[in-house]
Structure formats: C-alpha cells, structure tokens
Design a protein around this ligand. Sequence first.
Ligand code: MGD
Ligand code: MGD
Ligand code: SF4
Ligand code: MO
Length: 812
Amino acid sequence: MAELTRRDAIKLGALLAIASSLNLPVKVQRPSREVEASAATARIPVMCSMCAAGCGILLVKEGNGTVYVEPNLEHPQPGLCARAASALQLWNHPLRLKKPLKRVGERGEGKFQEVDWDTALNEIATKLKEIISKYGPESVVFTYHDFYAWHMPLIAFTLGTPNHVQHASCCHNASTYARMLVLGAGGPPTVDPDYERARYVVFVGRVLCAAMGMVQRLQKARESGVKLVFVDPRMGNAAMAEGEWVPILPGTDAAFLLSMIHVILSEKLYDESFLKKYTNATFLIKPDGSPLTEKDLGREGSDYVVYDADAKDFLSYKKSKNPALEWEGDVAGFHVKTAFLLLKERASQYAPEQAEKICGVPADTIRRIAREFANARGVVEDGWWSAKNANDSDAYRAALTLNALVGSIETAGGLYIKLGSKMPPSATATAEKVTTITGGTLPGIRAKRIDTQKYPAVPHVFDAVLDAALEGKPYPVKALFIVGAEPFTRDVNTEKLKKALKAMELVVVIDVVPNDSVDYADYVLPDNIFLEREELTDVKFTPHAAIQLSHKALDPPPGIDARNGFWIMMEILRRTVPERAKAVGYTEEYSSYEKFKEFEALVKRKVLESLSKTWNVPVEDIEKSLEEKGFYVFKHWMPKAGPGTLPTPSGLVEIYSLAALKYNDDPLPKWKRPPYTLPSNPDEFYLVSGRDQFVTAHAVWTKNIIHLVDRRVWMNPNDAKRLGIKDGDLIELEGLDNHYKARARVKVTNRVREGVLFVYSRAGGRFSRLITGEYEVMKEGINPNMFTLSWLEPLNGSTGLNSTVKVRRVGA
Ligand SMILES: Nc1nc2c(c(=O)[nH]1)N[C@H]1C(S)=C(S)[C@@H](COP(=O)(O)OP(=O)(O)OC[C@H]3O[C@@H](n4cnc5c(=O)[nH]c(N)nc54)[C@H](O)[C@@H]3O)O[C@H]1N2
Ligand SMILES: Nc1nc2c(c(=O)[nH]1)N[C@H]1C(S)=C(S)[C@@H](COP(=O)(O)OP(=O)(O)OC[C@H]3O[C@@H](n4cnc5c(=O)[nH]c(N)nc54)[C@H](O)[C@@H]3O)O[C@H]1N2
Ligand code: SF4
Ligand SMILES: [Mo]
C-alpha cells in the first residue's frame, strides 16, 4: 500500500467531511490503489468542544473502522487532553438522549414519554404562540454557553426577543468588566498572557488545565525557566506539578494584588516610561474624581490634560512629550493630583502587613512575589472563571494594573490583546431594526434585555431572568430554552432556580445527555454532539486573527435520533413565527433535514464573504484552508513596545478607569468583603470549587471522567484533626446562609488551606432521574452551587459561587 502523507490524509479527511456534510456517497469515483490507500485513514479537522476552550483536534478514521482523536498541530490553538481523548465516549454514551421527550409527570419529577420530532416541535410552537400573544416575545429566554453561541442572536431576534442570556455571570463577567474598564477589551479570549515568551506568570484562581494551546505555548517558556505562581486557596494539579502555591483566603485576591501594587510603587519597581506613554497614570484628576480637560483650563478642545515636566505647563496628553507621573497642585480653581498618585494612595491602604490580615498571605511572601514579578517583568493572568465571591472584578482590575505598572501589555511575555477575526454577528437588533447575516430585515425589538436593566455594565446575567420569572418585573419571563447548559451546576441560588423553573409556562432543554435541568423540562430535545455537526467560529485562545471550521466527522450512532440544534431552533421559529422566519430567509423547504444543509451553507457563505471583505482575501482561499486544514489565519500577532490606541475613553491603558466613572463606580480597584457570612467558629469553613484536568464543563459525563474525578471534599489535616475527622469520613455540610444540607466523604490533604474546603465543580450532587446505571456515581458528593444565594456584583452581575458552611462528622 502506498505511504500516506499527512497532507493527503488531511485532504482526504476534508473530502470525506465535505462529502458527508453534503450527504454525498463517500465512495470515491474511480477507485485506484492510491485512493483506496488514502481512504484507509482520514484526518478530519474538528474544534474540540469537550470544554469551553475550543482547541483544534483531528478525528482520525482508519479504514478498519477504528476512530480516535489526535491534536491538530498546525492549528493556531492545538488541542488534545484527557477530555478530548474521551470525546467518543460522549458520542456513544449509554445515557445519550435518543428521541425527543415530553413530560408526563410534574415538573421536577423527571417523568417523560418519547415523542416524534414533529409532535415535539409543533407542540412547542403552539405553546410559544400562546405565550407570545399573552406576554410578548420578550417573555421567551434562551440560555446557553458555547453551543450555537454564534447563532443565538439570529434565533432570539427572529423570534422577537432580545433575551439570549449566556452563562457569563457565573463564569467571566468579573474579569470581563475589569478588561473592559482597563483595556477596553472583552471576554477571556480577548486578552491573555503571551505564554511563549513569558518569564514570570502569576495565576490568580486559575488552574491552567484549560485550553491546551496555552499549556503547550508555555512549553517554550519552561525551557527558558519561566516561574509560575498560583494564588489559590487550594493547590491545583498545575501548582503541585510546577509552581509556587500561594495559599490565600477566598475572596481576598484584590487585597493581595493591591498589596503587590503598593510594594512596586513604594519601591519604585515600575516601568516609568511605559506608564507615561501607554497609560493614563499622568492624567490630572479633580477632587470630584473626574479628569481635568482643556475645557477646564478655558482652552479650546476637550482633551484630557497632563502636567508636562519639560514645558512646565499643562498640555493635552496627546501633545505632551514628558508628562509628569507625580504632580499635585492647584490649577484653574481645582486641586488636582495625577492618577498615579491616587493609585499610590489607594494601594498604601494595603501595605503587606495590612494585606496579610485580610488575605492570610504572609507579608514577606507578598513583598517577595511583588519584587520577583517586577524584576522579571512578569505577567498576571487576566482571569477566566472569576465568578467566585461577588467581589472579584476589583481583583482583576488590580491584576491588569500590575501588568501596566511593569509594562506587560502588548509586549513580549506580557498580556497580548487579541487581534480577533472580526467574524460578523449572526444578527444585530436595535429598537428600529433587526438585520441578519442572511440579508434579512425585521422590525426592531423595543423590549430591553432583561439582565442589563439590572446589571448595566456587562450582559448575560441569568439570575435576572429568574427574578423576572418570579416577580414579573420588569416584564414577565414565561418560557426558557436551556441549550447546552446546566443551570444547576452553573448558577447561584438553586432554590430560586427550582421555583423559577416551576413558575415557567414552557421549559425546553436541548442537550445530548440528561442534565439535571431535564427533570424540570416540558420537552427534552436530543442534539448532535460537536463531532456530528459543522461549525464555523473564531479561534478563541490565540493572539492571532483566525477562524476555524469544525467539520462534521460522524453521524450519530444507530438508534440516536438526534438533530442539529440550529435546525431544531430554526424549525421552532418557522412553526411559531413563520413570517419572521421567512423574512430572514428560512422557509419550509429547509424543514427537510437534508435540505437544511443548504441553509447552513448559505449562512457560512455570508460569513466568509464578510470576512473576505474585511481582510481583503479571496473567499476561495479561506474556504480551501478551512476545508483542508480546518482553520485560516488572517493576521499574526507580534509583541510590540506597548499597545496601540485602545477602545477606552482615552485610548490608553486606564489604570484610573474613566469608564468606571460612567457607572458611578470607583475608578481605582479596592478590596470589598464578600457578601456571604464569613466563617467564625471552629467548625465553619469557606467552600470553594474549581477544576483540574479530569473535571469538565460540557462533558463531565464520559466514562473516563466519572471514574477519575474525586467527589470527596478536601479538608486540611489541621482542621480534620481539630474536628476529629479522618480521611474518608462522611460529613454533613450546612450552608451558613441558606442552611442547605448535604453529605460527602472527606479527603484530608494539605493541598487545601486551613479553614477552606474544596470540591470539584460539576462532579457530584447530580439528581436527575434519568441518570442511571454506573453513572449514578454522579449523584454522590455535593454540588457546591446549592450552598449559595443570589450573591452578585452590582454592575456586572458576577456571581459568588463560593460559600461558607458548617461541618459535622456523621460517620466513618
Ligand atoms: N479541565 C477543564 N478545563 C476547562 C473547563 C473545565 O470544565 N475543565 N472549563 C472551561 C471554562 S468554562 C473555564 S471558565 C475555564 C476556567 O479555568 P480557570 O479559570 O482556570 O478556573 P478553574 O480551573 O475552575 O480554577 C479556579 C481555581 O480558583 C480557585 N479559587 C476558588 N475561589 C478562589 C478565590 O477566592 N481566590 C483565588 N485566588 N482562587 C480561588 C479554585 O480553588 C480553583 O483552583 O476552564 C475552561 N477549561
Ligand atoms: N461552583 C461552581 N460553579 C460554576 C463553576 C465552578 O467552577 N464552580 N464554573 C462556572 C463556569 S466557568 C461556567 S462556564 C459555567 C458552566 O456551566 P454550563 O455552561 O452550564 O456548562 P455545563 O454545566 O458543563 O453544561 C453544559 C451542558 O451542555 C451539554 N452538552 C455537551 N455537548 C453538547 C452539545 O453538543 N449540544 C448541546 N445542546 N448540549 C451539549 C452537557 O451535557 C451539559 O449538560 O459554570 C459556572 N459555575
Ligand atoms: S482543553 Fe478543552 S477544548 Fe482543548 S482539547 Fe482539552 S477538552 Fe478539548
Ligand atoms: Mo467558564
């Protein structure tokens, strides 16, 4: 047999994928020995969706029927980890949803009967029509995470609701708010450390098993001796393997980071020229907190003003060659100080000895880490999962400020600001008009998003949806679509969640396996898994501007009547609001599942045409690369001396946030006490959660993972000794605030700080009646979310998923 080159294999992989996505027979027309040989192994580019990172992998199909996963090494974000490797266990999962289900018992009972697709979709549409006519389309909410995230605006706006509400308040709203205030940036992918060139990385509540591309890019830095520091109440696997663990009290990160700022400022370890050139540290701030402008000086123009040390005059920051970092005095009737001085004053409240009292990290450790960090011109990671204590945005603002102080923004080994592929949105909506990628237009949506009415700074706050469902304010929410998400392990305040789900008139779950929410659903619709559908998206965790096409690599296994979620939702729209669906180009012909591929192809074509225009590259070039390699890079990022113009009010890195002023928020970070009751007795603890490589959002279900993950609650040996608890004992935890009780076994380990308990999130405490057989082990242990109440940061809605509990030993 002829040797297969990697390229041939990829090409054939692409061919097979195209063939299968067009539903063509895969047989090659004139079989020659060569073609048969290549047909033997196909490597199909796929975006891994076993967690939220979305790395590039290859699904390998050997001629003998063997199927497995490999990394796509050329991909801008190459993947493969234990979770990716077990992707096929999700494909032929014994609990995989087989057919649409319709509720027959009470909500919460989890009793269903199987129905056919037409029945399910028609009944859902009938109910939706009724709800829309009574309460308006805005009473319908879609909640989701990654799956179909790009499609959601199109789906929601076609129905006429502004309410597509993601997971973000429970994930990254705190760090996103911080990135927005300091850098004018967005979600976690938009900013990240330049790992390849990093010299010193501080991770605050990050475990580094997420997004394999990051882990791999660190490899280069490891070779040149990068130091990694993990600030965390417990020692994650990465901290155990290769770094310094700084055990900190939960909810006190801002104090720790502000203390580092204090050390760097008071010991003059900062990069003065970077601060002058790229940040607003030199702005003169008036007593009311607002910046001095040319207008205040009675001059023409409205630029912010600095004191120029050479000209010995007040100049527009755009004109000054040598703005003073430290200047205080009177001008135009105002007593002004530079933002830098204000930061210095703020940070001085967190001298290491003071901070030690708040965060429990010894003052000497804080000092040493601050000096090491500054001397190495290190980088503080900017935060991913940051919804821990409903006070976290200040920590990430302090983290970004630290990067600014040492010149680690857009520089080698600092934070990069992602170039971004500029994928067009699937739809946009204003009060006047909805426009869609398909060229459709609809009347505008007047109702305002339900979440930003309460949390104006960052959207996607699900708790606000629950409030509306229970209180009918600002308008009622009556129908909920849960698409590839699990509010029970995602959100705070489980009791409120249950009540709200019971109060809804329609709950539809679109998933691949039975999550806990199915027990509360009226209809459960089986989706394709990521290997069974095509998806075009941005490459997330890369500094470069790149897109990827995840090819359809497999059909569902026999007996699984799953459908593409995009089709499911478009069909619900067509059956509910046929005229609106038609206006966006979706007509009855696409209801045929086979024909639907043409609609998908049309949407894809529109996206590629838009990208082709944006980047001035022929569509064919992009298409060819997507088909053959699974990705296309529009532009490569390179480190520079500092950032270009940023989308902040001043265009600079804002260590003193002018955007915060708009929200009446403090322009500088500070530490605030978390909202939950703090532990005060010997049997009271913080309860924190998180991940390691075996724990995963999206696919916690695979057989490897259910057996590898530890469902015990970690407890420090000193605490265990004091309470007379031994490794493996059964304990009862009771929430200090909501008094919820649950039992779990204990793992006694010095990998968790005294006074803190740790448990893997999503690993245990499941309850769905549809979870059976060996998967029932998922019902053991606890779900930490059940100990929480609605703790949310006021402006950005970031939740507090940590809580505090009382512990009682109940048995051996
Ligand atoms: N293996 C794996 N990888 C994933 C995912 C997954 O589920 N599994 N999910 C993806 C998603 S959605 C996300 S958002 C990212 C998340 O990835 P990360 O942001 O790295 O989040 P976690 O891995 O949960 O790590 C959170 C750490 O914060 C610690 N912690 C808890 N409270 C506090 C506190 O108050 N202060 C400090 N300093 N630390 C605290 C926890 O002990 C835990 O070790 O990972 C992505 N990748
Ligand atoms: N206590 C605590 N709470 C947390 C966290 C924590 O660390 N600790 N982490 C937070 C974070 S960072 C996040 S992002 C959220 C995550 O919360 P969610 O975004 O809700 O993620 P999962 O709980 O993993 O739920 C994903 C669901 O998608 C389903 N699924 C998998 N593949 C597909 C598919 O192809 N199609 C469809 N339709 N469904 C699919 C899975 O079966 C699962 O039910 O949780 C947050 N909540
Ligand atoms: S990090 Fe996440 S996306 Fe990447 S290979 Fe692992 S499971 Fe897949
Ligand atoms: Mo997340």
